[in-house]
Design a binder for this molecule. Structure first.
Ligand code: URA
Length: 322
């Protein structure tokens, strides 16, 4: 067989200990992570970071899969901004591979850390806080076009059920879409995010509510396109019947919250989303307003992360890191 420089098929890392999709290794990723959907947004928010150590630039690395990681400090606290792109699979890469990298970073400060640490996998060493800044569709008040909505109390997951689209599934009356139970966000981190957003945007621009994360921008968010049989005509009404408190629709938050819940207590997670599309009125937010909101809410996310106390080894002023 051809030689591979990947050492572990279970949790692939290269000879340097770089993860397979994000390409980062220990020491390059901070325990406080801001996950954003696009490179443009990440670079814009990186303008608010300072280098980890004086006289050095920000750490920046883009993997072959297009995941960009930028590490610096915000008000003294080490923070990484990471481009997550879209969808649950990408959120899974970002959380799992950074849990790995951050755990290995923590191991690097131990006197007995050695190369074996690279193959330990997602060892729980050092807490992480992850905040997602995304965009969403607004379903109903208090969320409206241009609102910043904190996913508090959390998110549910909407999944398309392929079996329902088979003759047997139809005969058996399988439902085409299923709704999970609510997955909680971290209350303290969510509150910090809401407070920081209110500080920067004022109370009218900020609200909180249950998020619904869908496995498609189209079918499982009730969008109708005609080319596909989606059987989603009543999806949004069904969602609101099941969860009358649901206010936003997007594609990542429930995955982040589920992984945090399953992280054996090592990850705290919260999410806030800018309402880009109003699903009731069918209006879409103008690009200039979106950028203003991205800047303000991005700083709110960074401030919420920076004020979150974590048991991490970077230490705000110890000058370690990339
Ligand atoms: N992102 C989504 O997933 N849905 C929207 O309607 C807008 C942004």
């Amino acid at each position: 067989p051809q030689k591979s420089n990947i050492s572990d098929a279970n949790f692939p890392v290269d000879a340097e200990g770089r993860t397979y999709h994000l390409g980062t290794k220990r020491g390059e990723v901070a325990n406080r992570i801001l996950s954003v959907g696009s490179e443009k947004r990440a670079l814009m928010l990186a303008e608010y970071l300072e280098p980890v150590a004086p006289g050095r630039g920000l750490f920046m690395l883009e993997s072959s899969r297009g995941f960009l990681t930028i590490t610096g400090r915000y008000t003294g606290a080490p923070v990484s901004i990471i481009v997550t792109h879209m969808g649950m699979a990408n959120a899974d890469f970002v959380v799992r591979e950074n849990r790995h990298a951050a755990a290995l970073h923590a191991a690097s400060s131990c006197a007995d850390a050695d190369a074996d640490d690279y193959s330990r996998g997602a060892v729980v060493e050092g807490e992480m806080a992850i905040v997602r800044l995304g965009t969403c569709g607004a379903l109903q008040p208090p969320a409206h076009l241009g609102s910043f909505v904190v996913a508090d109390p959390g998110a549910i997951l909407i999944r398309r059920n392929p079996d329902a689209f088979t003759p047997e599934g139809e005969e058996g009356g399988l439902v085409p879409y299923t709704f999970s139970r609510p997955i909680p966000s971290d209350p303290a981190l969510s509150l910090a995010l809401e407070q920081e957003a209110v500080r920067l945007l004022g109370p009218e621009g900020v609200c909180r509510g249950l998020n619904a994360t869908a496995d498609s921008f189209y079918s499982s968010q009730g969008r109708r396109t005609g080319w596909f049989e989606d059987r989603n005509e009543t999806l949004l009404a069904d969602l609101l019947c099941c969860y009358p408190e649901a206010v936003t629709l997007e594609m990542e938050t429930a995955m982040l919250l589920d992984l945090a819940r399953c992280s054996r207590g090592s990850i705290r997670a919260a999410a806030g989303v800018i309402a880009l599309a109003d699903r009731a009125s069918n209006h879409f937010l103008a690009a200039e307003r979106t950028e203003q909101l991205e800047r303000a809410t991005g700083q709110a996310c960074l401030a919420a992360l920076a004020r979150t106390p974590l048991d991490d080894d970077w230490g705000p002023h110890n000058g370690s890191g990339p």
